[in-house]
Design a protein around this ligand. Structure first.
Ligand SMILES: [Zn+2]
Length: 255
């Protein structure tokens, strides 16, 4: 017997419509997974996908729609001034403010993810970078920032510019007393970095509560970062999660 499934290959597109559909499908699936993992907290949290044609527009979740119920057809398109140009729900102001500045500052970034997941926000209150404690944590070795300033809910473009500046060229930022933020060249990648970063915070909190963890040395952490922390590795790690959530909740693809 051989499997009737085929191995994952990185997608190529022949039309912008196909690429847009693909990004929206991945985005809806990422929300279902964030809901599944319990990353939602009321109306907080957002994941964006840059439109492949209108490069200063992005797709995002409708304000206060439950992550676990989002379908492709529910996603809204927001322009660079924060106006909803497709869809009939409002956008979360913080989603627009934070993500618009990241998409503007980082042309390489297709997707950005932010949510108030429990271990991420607990870790963020320590205002420390994550240490290379495990193989998985090396994805963030020398590749994440700590934005160590908290001044309330982000509704000010100037503050989000400072967040984008702190993020720099990294894949992630810890927003002090708030939560995690990750970016990627694909929706898959941004979502995966968020999921594994949340678990990395959990692992470090557990390890430090239990004793004095031994760090992976710099050379090995650097080498491992190149193996588990590259763009394709991030994309690839999302594929089993995507397959599972689409099989379990096929309505997420409704358009
Ligand atoms: Zn937030």
């Amino acid at each position: 017997m051989t499997s009737d499934r085929t191995p994952h290959t990185f997608p190529q597109f022949t039309s912008v419509d196909d690429e847009r559909r693909h990004r929206k499908q991945r985005l809806a699936a990422a929300f279902r997974l964030f809901g599944h993992f319990g990353f939602d907290e009321g109306a907080a949290g957002h994941i964006t996908a840059r439109d492949p044609e209108l490069l200063d527009h992005f797709w995002v979740n409708p304000l206060a729609m439950n992550f676990k119920q989002i379908r492709v057809k529910d996603l809204i398109l927001v322009n660079h001034t924060g106006e909803v140009v497709e869809g009939n729900w409002p956008v979360n102001t913080a989603a627009f403010v934070i993500h618009s500045q990241i998409h503007a500052a980082r042309p390489d970034v297709v997707s950005a993810a932010h949510a108030h997941s429990v271990h991420g926000k607990a870790w963020s209150s320590l205002r420390r970078a994550l240490d290379p404690l495990t193989q998985d944590s090396c994805a963030f070795y020398a590749d994440h920032a700590v934005f160590d300033d908290y001044t309330g809910v982000v509704i000010d473009i100037e503050e989000s510019k400072r967040i984008a500046h702190a993020l720099g060229d990294y894949k992630a930022a810890i927003l002090a007393n708030h939560g995690l933020l990750t970016v990627g060249h694909t929706v898959d990648e941004a979502a995966w970095w968020f999921i594994t970063m949340e678990r990395t915070c959990q692992a470090q909190l557990l390890a430090e509560a239990a004793g004095k963890p031994v760090l992976i040395d710099k050379d090995q952490a650097s080498k491992t970062a190149g193996q588990v922390g590259n763009h394709i590795a991030g994309w690839f790690s999302f594929q089993p999660l995507y397959d599972w959530v689409v099989a379990q909740q096929p309505d997420l693809l409704d358009e």
